[in-house]
Design a protein around this ligand. Structure first.
Ligand code: G6P
Length: 610
């Protein structure tokens, strides 16, 4: 599962639980959906109904609204492990079917737990990581420690992320919930107690909520909740807080626009992006290693990810790749692509027309097509030989933001894995990069937190500028191109983006007093060259904004304004962090101009036409 499944549970005095559950799930639909499931208990009988498909469909087909009971839970799934299918839909149960469990997140060590359970005779029905949890609870319950004691033991064994809700006929008036890294919020009202993955689902019933924190579980009953620390079983006191958001604001988690919400969601989506499935990561890199040549095919933002990816593959794994925009693939490589070629396609939606056309052609010529996408079940996942899910969850803002950072993170992990398999980096270098890869979400978080206000002011100072130039060298030329694309998409201000070294072959002719040049300058091999490029522009009167490392005095001295990034980011990983101020800059500029960044003119989220 990814961290964007929808979860809703309730224990109520008046009404039917399923009515609230289905309403709650609909309010979480923006989190993604490919299957739906509900469980209620009535007269100590558990009734579970689930199937793949959208909420309305499943509710209608399985006559979910006819289910009776005052306690229940529901789940909408956004698949990342196991295809959208009935058996993979939640809730999952234990062997005796007395425990129903829904989960949002990824259990990293589920394979070893599953093997252990199979040895003990447990039989599994799905291909999900989730199903091990009810079976583990069932196993622990054999030692007569009740659900709470069993859950504590199980939770201490799980590695990865989860928000989970457990319903059981053993204690038919209680619900157990727990959280690590995936969101879960509780709600209380006169009518009962609720839990959901997100506030919008609770708002029709209550504005009194409690956010569960990492490492906590809670026991819910009709009168409220009890919070427990998972590590030592101690009780925690936390009163409710009042939510003052309107339902619409709540859907955006209090952010004004989806784009801003998605920008700030990046630390979370990146943490999820570090939990790729090992076997697929290995499989894809093995294919890359075997190809005679590797094409990286994508459109829009996904193409910029490929561009960054091409530097990563060459620098880390010594693999030459050919990044190409999907619409040019056939003209450029259509007659050379063949049985020995690998075509790695990257597409958030998995449905972009030009990208699918390129794949059709490559498959016709017997090439191996691999995919990176955000959408399980998309055409790309059906036609590629193997694929990886970028794990960023549904993106609603038309201007892709978390897509870029997640895709580059996936490509970086592929490049690193390939480097390891090929023996192209020393163990020390590998360890160091791997370490740094795990810092990336924190760096992004720090950069967003420290720079938002500063960038808002920068945008204000530059809001009347008629023209911008974005420059970077090496892998940062991909960052510059992507930063410029954000700005084009939502502010409509003309701009140029170039590899900085190439700027003297043309773009420099337009530089005159006051033209704003934005430089992307991480520390690393390109640093001294970018200084030269800044000087070229500065001496012609350009106003320089630099994105550079904190304390980089060489760059600061030459720049009119700087946005500082955390120290220690390796140049190879810099696009993932250095793009974030540019995303914010575009966003704030659009707002200052009175434009709606979520609905840019002439653009669509998914371009499924020629
Ligand atoms: C459209 C969207 C872009 C996106 C591009 C490729 O142009 O507006 O945000 O980057 O399509 O989409 P894909 O789904 O293939 O990544």
């Amino acid at each position: 599962m990814s961290n964007l499944c929808g979860i809703f549970g309730c224990i109520i005095r008046e009404g039917e639980a399923v009515k609230l559950i289905t309403d709650g799930l609909k309010r979480l639909e923006y989190r993604g959906y490919d299957s739906t499931g509900v469980a209620v208990i009535d007269n100590n009988q558990m009734d579970i109904r689930k199937d793949k498909g959208r909420i309305e469909e499943v509710v209608r087909n399985l006559r979910i609204l006819e289910m009776s009971g005052k306690i229940g839970l529901g789940h909408t799934r956004w698949a990342t492990h196991g295809a959208p299918a009935l058996e993979n839909a939640h809730p999952h149960t234990d062997g005796s079917e007395s425990i129903a469990l829904i989960h949002n997140g990824v259990i990293e060590n589920y394979m070893e737990l599953k093997d252990e359970l199979i040895e003990k005779g447990h039989v599994f029905k799905s291909r999900t990581d989730t199903e091990v949890i009810p079976h583990l609870i069932e196993e622990e319950m054999k030692s007569d420690i009740g659900i709470q004691g069993s859950m504590l033991r199980v939770l201490r064994r799980l590695r990865g992320s989860y928000a989970l809700v457990v319903l059981s006929t053993h204690e038919p008036d209680k619900m157990y919930v727990a959280r690590n890294e995936s969101p879960l919020v509780l709600g209380v009202s006169d009518n009962g107690t609720f839990c959901a993955s997100d506030v919008p689902a609770l708002l029709p019933y209550t504005n009194q909520v409690v956010y569960l924190r990492n490492g906590e579980m809670a026991v819910l009953d009709i009168d409220g909740y009890r919070l427990i620390k998972i590590s030592d079983g101690s009780e925690i006191e936390r009163p409710t807080t009042e939510i003052t958001w309107s339902p619409e604001m709540a859907e955006k988690q209090g952010y004004k626009h989806y784009m801003l919400k998605e920008i700030f969601e990046q630390p979370t989506s990146l943490r999820d992006g570090l939990r790729l499935q090992e076997n697929y990561l290995n499989l894809l890199t093995q294919f890359l290693d075997r190809g005679k040549e590797v094409f990286l095919v994508a459109a829009g933002t996904s193409f910029h990810s490929c561009l960054a990816g091409s530097y990563l593959f060459s620098k880390l794994a010594r693999l030459t790749t050919f990044p190409v925009v999907s619409s040019e693939f056939m003209e450029r490589y259509g007659s050379t692509v063949g049985i020995d070629s690998i075509v790695l396609t990257v597409s958030q939606s998995g449905e972009t027309y030009d990208t699918l056309k390129a794949i059709d052609h490559a498959r016709m010529r017997a090439s191996t097509v691999l995919g990176i996408t955000n959408t399980v079940g998309s055409t790309l996942t059906r036609v590629s030989r193997a694929y990886l899910i970028q794990q960023s969850g549904p993106e609603i803002g038309v201007a892709a933001t978390k897509t870029f950072t997640s895709q580059v993170l996936v490509l970086a992990q592929m490049a690193l894995r390939l480097a390891k398999n090929r023996g192209k980096l020393s163990q020390d270098e590998l360890d160091e990069l791997d370490d740094k890869l795990h810092y990336v979400p924190d760096w992004v978080e720090e950069s967003l937190k420290n720079n938002d206000e500063r960038i808002q002011k920068l945008a204000h100072d530059h809001m009347d500028k008629k023209f911008f130039v974005f420059l970077g060298r090496g892998i940062s030329s991909a960052t510059a191109l992507e930063g410029r694309l954000k700005q084009l998409e939502i502010t409509y201000v003309p701009s140029l983006a170039y590899p900085a070294g190439e700027s003297k072959h043309g773009p420099i002719s337009i530089i005159e007093e006051g033209v704003t040049c934005i430089f992307v300058c991480p520390r690393g091999e390109t640093h001294s060259h970018i200084i030269g490029s800044i000087m070229e522009m500065k001496s012609r009167g350009a106003r320089i904004i630099s994105i550079c490392e904190e304390g980089d005095d060489d760059i600061k001295r030459l720049s009119d304004e700087v946005v500082e990034m955390p120290r220690g980011i390796p140049e190879e990983l810099s696009p993932i962090i250095y793009i974030t101020p540019l995303q914010l800059f575009a966003y704030h500029l659009a707002i200052l101009k009175g434009l709606d960044p979520d609905k840019p003119r002439n653009l669509a989220k998914s371009v499924t036409v020629p």
